[in-house]
Design a protein. Structure first.
Length: 227
């Protein structure tokens, strides 16, 4: 018996159920199959343009910086400008995301772009979010070689690209989209939900940025307002 089996066995005993409780197993399987939505707040259920405006507002309220880009071709110049404005080296690390690989980085020849997971020495990393959540200004980033999780947490400066069309109203819609994209049994190992830079006020209630991750988050919303 593994430690996991022992823990789950204690839980079942405390609930007075058996491991072979077929009705309970059927209820769990049914819920996983249907994936019913929870309560969805009304404040993010808006037309697409208003939803995007709310997302921009919430991102800024979470102490992240945000800018609009006309298209993917503007990403290199925006990254280079961000680094120059903060007196950072012209270097950024990304994953193997096809959307970034298709960008013509030669437009910024001084910008060194490396790929792969971060070992903690990178000052700036660039990720692509699967979605943005208008309700809270949250970014949803899935793990994997395309966007390694280390890029989300190890650099001082985290730059994130999200398509304007991928800004949704609520978190439930994010998971609905992920289930549709990946299918049952193939969901990503981790979905990281990022709202603003890392922060903590544990010590004397003094807000400290970068306590457990990047101290700066910059969001680039790419593409025109959705229709």
């Amino acid at each position: 018996m593994t430690s996991r089996d022992e823990i789950l066995g204690r839980v079942r005993r405390s609930l007075g159920v058996e491991a072979a409780d077929l009705p309970r197993r059927a209820a769990v399987a049914d819920r996983l199959q249907r994936a019913p939505k929870g309560v969805i707040p009304a404040r993010a259920q808006r037309p697409a343009g208003e939803r995007l405006a709310l997302f921009l507002e919430k991102v800024a309220a979470a102490q992240a910086s945000v800018e609009r880009l006309d298209g993917p071709g503007a990403i290199p110049a925006a990254v280079a400008a961000y680094l120059r404005a903060r007196n950072l080296p012209q270097a950024v690390r990304t994953g193997d995301d096809n959307r970034l690989a298709a960008v013509d980085w030669s437009s910024e020849p001084q910008l060194a772009v490396s790929r792969g997971p971060s070992d903690g020495t990178d000052l700036a990393c660039l990720s692509v979010a699967e979605a943005g959540v208008a309700e809270t200004g949250t970014l949803a980033l899935v793990s994997g070689p395309d966007n390694p999780t280390t890029l989300n947490f190890l650099p001082d400066h985290h730059l994130v690209v999200v398509a304007a069309d991928d800004v949704v109203g609520d978190l439930e819609t994010v998971f609905e989209r992920l289930r549709a994209r990946y299918g049952a049994g193939t969901m990503p190992r981790t979905v990281n939900l990022v709202t603003g830079p890392s922060r903590s006020a544990d010590i004397e209630q003094t807000l400290l940025l970068g306590a457990h991750g990047p101290r700066s988050l910059h969001v680039m919303v790419v593409g025109p307002d959705p229709a």
